[in-house]
Design a protein. Structure first.
Length: 212
């Protein structure tokens, strides 16, 4: 059986959420209230993006420079990518974040060949526009990560999942195995979802070595 390693980006590959960093620096002060509404199930992730990121008026060049200066990556990233390649695992980033900053970080790591599925970003006078497209190109309002996990599974793959946040809980519950930190780790313990905790990405490699 082929294996897909589906990896979140913000808070997983990076220790901090890059989108939150952008909103803190360039967005409106009330964006965390909008985030709370999303976590409470009152709005979709697409609605959160529309309301939070349209307030970001900085141009693409400014934001790319900000990301290059501020974003950090957890130790062990190259080890994880190398291990997945050695084992023949398909490593994909599936993120509720914006594709422009994910690709910016990966380009700084000479990892532009990694598949990225995230919100497609547009820049204009009305702020940042972000749109989610599902595996078949259909617009999505929510459950973006789940749609890709389900697509991988329907193609006959087992999915190993790594994540850290609220939006990772639902897809992680359907994965073959889960590597978890942060909110996801707490949720896995609460919901009795079998998982392997991690702090850095080398710990994921160690965990993968023990999987059959």
């Amino acid at each position: 059986m082929k294996t897909v390693f589906q990896c979140d980006f913000d808070g997983t590959i990076t220790p901090e959420d890059v989108s939150f960093m952008i909103l803190d620096a360039f967005g409106k002060r009330d964006w965390r209230q909008i985030l709370a509404q999303y976590k409470e199930g009152k709005i979709t992730i697409a609605q959160f993006n529309r309301r939070a990121f349209t307030a970001v008026k900085a141009d693409e060049e400014t934001l790319v420079r900000f990301v290059k200066e501020r974003a950090r990556v957890r130790p062990g990233f190259r080890d994880l990518i190398s291990y997945c390649r050695q084992r023949g695992f398909r490593f994909v980033v599936v993120s509720n974040g914006l594709d422009f900053y994910i690709k910016t970080v990966l380009s700084c790591l000479d990892a532009c060949d990694i598949e990225v599925f995230a919100a497609r970003t547009g820049f204009g006078s009305d702020g940042i526009e972000a749109q989610y497209l599902g595996p078949s190109g259909e617009p999505l309002e929510d459950r973006f990560k789940e749609s890709y996990l389900r697509s991988f599974q329907e193609s006959g793959c087992r999915v190993i999942y790594a994540g850290n946040g609220f939006s990772d809980i639902a897809p992680a519950s359907k994965a073959y195995h889960v590597f978890a930190t942060g909110e996801l780790l707490s949720a896995c313990k609460e919901k009795s979802i079998n998982c392997t905790p991690f702090n850095d990405l080398k710990e994921i490699v160690t965990g993968l070595e023990s999987l059959t």
